[in-house]
Design a binder for this molecule. Structure first.
Ligand SMILES: N[C@@H](CCC[C@H](N)C(=O)O)C(=O)O
Length: 246
């Protein structure tokens, strides 16, 4: 079997394609293991679809299934074009959260995420003001003055109480810096696309950023998030790290 490892702003994935649609959660646990496997935050398997160019099956590194992963939408688009699974640099593919549209220009990929849904408006808990939104998967967002306020224990507690990923965001001069605790990785990752989208939406709702903004995750890589007709567009570079046959 041939596997490709990608990094999308530091959020890393093992990707392969197959004609067989089945449960790949055990493969995710083995392949994503950083000591005995390839090592990644998630596994994505591309399978055929009658409705779109292809369908994806996404798993977190602990084997849990997730409906969406923003960074993986960018990595997978690049992979599909590079492996001849699509004939054009513009494509649409089916995820657990719905259809994703994307376009690839060299290493820069822009995807249109699924329409966001607010789950819970502003509420107070443990000394922070939170907002809960589904940008394909659920995300808690709190806006802080200092990203050093990111707290692993609190994030882990909030994650289980709300069954959501947890984001701390700092907004300064119209740019957003984000730290995310991810479900299914059970720790902080270098970037989370749907998390950045949730922080961007919250900041836009509060009037702190315009319809388009630069967002920097923990890795420091630059992403552009834009809001057009109620949907979020997510743009940035991806990197194919290596391909291996095991
Ligand atoms: N890293 C992803 C999100 C992956 C799914 C998430 N961990 C969950 O289980 O909700 C992204 O870039 O959006």
């Amino acid at each position: 079997m041939t596997y490709t490892k990608y990094s999308a702003s530091g959020n890393d994935f093992v990707i392969f394609h197959s004609f067989i649609e089945k449960d790949y959660s055990n493969d995710a646990i083995k392949l994503c293991n950083r000591t005995e496997g390839i090592g990644a935050d998630g596994l994505v398997v591309l399978v055929p679809s009658n409705e779109a160019d292809f369908k994806w099956l996404f798993y977190n590194s602990d084997g849990s299934y997730a409906a969406m992963c923003g960074n993986a939408t960018r990595a997978v688009s690049h992979y599909a074009l590079n492996n001849g699974l699509v004939s054009s640099n513009e494509m649409r593919f089916l995820t657990g959260a719905g259809i994703i549209k994307s376009s690839v220009e060299n290493d820069i990929v822009e995807t249109q995420l699924t329409a966001p849904k607010v789950i819970k408006e502003e509420f107070e808990q443990d000394g922070f003001t939170w907002y809960l939104v589904d940008t394909g998967v659920p995300h808690l967002v709190t806006i802080v003055e200092d990203l050093e306020l990111y707290n692993h224990e609190l994030s882990s507690k909030m994650r289980y109480e709300h069954n959501a990923n947890v984001n701390f965001a700092k907004i300064e001069n119209g740019i957003i810096k984000v730290r995310t605790y991810e479900r299914g990785v059970e720790g902080e990752t270098l970037a989370c696309g749907t998390g950045m989208a949730a922080c961007f939406l919250r900041a836009n709702n509060l009037g702190l950023v315009k319809q388009s903004a630069f967002v920097y995750p923990k890795s420091g890589e630059e992403l552009t998030l834009s809001l057009k007709n109620g949907t979020i567009y997510f743009k940035g570079a991806v990197k194919k790290v290596f391909t291996t046959t095991i």
